[in-house]
Write a protein that binds this ligand. Structure first.
Ligand code: LMR
Length: 403
């Protein structure tokens, strides 16, 4: 039979872990695998601002006809302003000059795949450089698009900090015409980002060398704030510089299953931007034709309404502050237990994730003996920690590490 020759694919290292977690009968199990925010009660909430926008949307909706291939113009505009607006400043030059264009994509992953297919079709000699480590799905996406990838050192796993010198040393050698995929903030999996000055240096160097910057921007607002987290964009996007930005609203709007994101291209001028958009549309049309409507209507409804936006920003800061307080508590509780390692770096990292440095054997032991689910690389989702599971978690880690 034809299907008999098909081989079983390996489980996804992140989403496969959720499947195993769901099957685990242990009532005290803890999931620190997939990057999904949990509140203090361990629930992934629907934000109130989202609920309110949905109510209005349902009342006002008159049609479910197809969207334009690139999505609605008011969504694109809302996304651009979220990315680039700064308090008390006029519109960013990239918006005013119309050299920024935006297409609505199904989630950040969908956006990355659109970028991959666009690169393959329009820049066939380009190699894409990825941070080491990076999100486990990045290599899969670009391999599926047929874009060759190489890696550069990003994280020093001895000091648990940015390996800036090694990164710059690689950037000095990247050939013109290649691209670098950087994480806009809250690097996944390390939680380690460049400082504003380092972003400035990176942007200058890559522009000088003729290397395209692609920002995967999935955690805006989860680090230090919406504007603060856009520092990479603000420092690198100077007049005349090009960039691709992939946005995801899974996390900051808690809209995981609505699959809502975007690809923005910033070209040298408005005419070139329209040309790039035409190619993005071509990729989208042959892939999923045009985007789904529900999630983008929520985003637009929230961002374009003063009251809903204020409420959303307040809910976002609750999520951000909870994650940062879990980081502090995790370090304190491990220290209290006399764990023979300094975990203070976790308090300095930002976003959902931290690299613990746990070995594969320790990760396996935590899962098998304590029903604690951590990605094999030793990445933990800090947003899965709560006041209620913290003691059990830290007891188990102390036992495994030999506290
Ligand atoms: C993660 O890294 O856990 C998230 O981005 C979810 C995913 O799709 O992997």
């Amino acid at each position: 039979m034809i299907f008999d020759s098909v081989e079983m694919a390996p489980a996804d290292p992140i989403l496969g872990l959720t499947v195993a977690y769901n099957q685990d009968p242990n009532p005290d199990k803890i999931n620190l695998g997939v990057g999904v925010y949990k509140d203090a009660d361990g629930r992934t909430p629907v934000l109130q601002a989202v609920k309110d926008a949905e109510r209005r949307m349902l009342a006002g909706e008159t049609s479910k006809s197809y969207k334009p291939i690139e999505g609605d113009a008011n969504y694109a505009s809302a996304v651009q302003h979220l990315l680039l607006d700064r308090p008390n400043e006029s519109d960013h030059e990239a918006i005013k000059s119309k050299r920024m264009v935006t297409a609505h994509t199904p989630g950040g992953t969908g956006g990355l795949r659109v970028v991959g297919d666009y690169l393959k079709a329009n820049h066939p000699d380009m190699t894409l450089w990825l941070t080491t480590p990076t999100w486990a799905n990045h290599p899969n996406i670009f391999q599926a698009s047929g874009v060759p990838t190489k890696s550069f050192s990003y994280f020093d796993d001895q000091t648990f900090s940015l390996d800036f010198d090694a990164m710059i040393a690689t950037f000095e050698k990247i050939p013109a015409g290649d691209a670098v995929l950087l994480h806009g903030c809250c690097h996944n999996p390390t939680g380690v980002d460049p400082t504003p000055q380092q972003w400035r240096d990176i942007g200058y160097l890559l522009h000088k060398r003729g290397v395209l910057v692609i920002l995967d921007f999935a955690y805006q607002g989860f680090g230090d704030g919406l504007v603060e987290d856009a520092v990479a964009l603000h420092t690198m996007l100077e007049p005349g510089r090009e960039m691709l930005v992939v946005s995801s609203f899974s996390k900051n709007f808690s809209l995981y299953n609505e699959r809502v994101g975007a690809v923005s291209a910033v070209a040298s001028d408005a005419k070139t931007a329209q040309t790039v958009l035409s190619q993005l549309k071509r990729v989208i049309r042959s892939n999923y034709s045009n985007p789904p409507g529900h999630g983008s209507a929520i985003i637009t409804g929230v961002l374009n309404d003063r009251g809903l936006r204020m409420n959303w920003e307040a809910e976002l800061s609750v999520m951000r502050n909870r994650i940062n307080s879990m980081r502090r508590m995790f370090v304190e509780k491990l220290t209290e237990r006399g764990v023979d390692r300094d975990f203070s770096f976790i308090g300095q990292q930002r976003g959902m994730f931290a690299m613990t440095g746990f070995t594969k054997a320790q990760v396996d032991q935590l899962r098998e003996e304590y029903a604690i689910y951590i990605v094999g690389s030793g990445r933990v989702n800090v947003a899965g920690m709560t006041d209620n599971n913290m003691d059990r978690l830290c007891d188990a880690i102390a036992a495994v590490l030999g506290g």
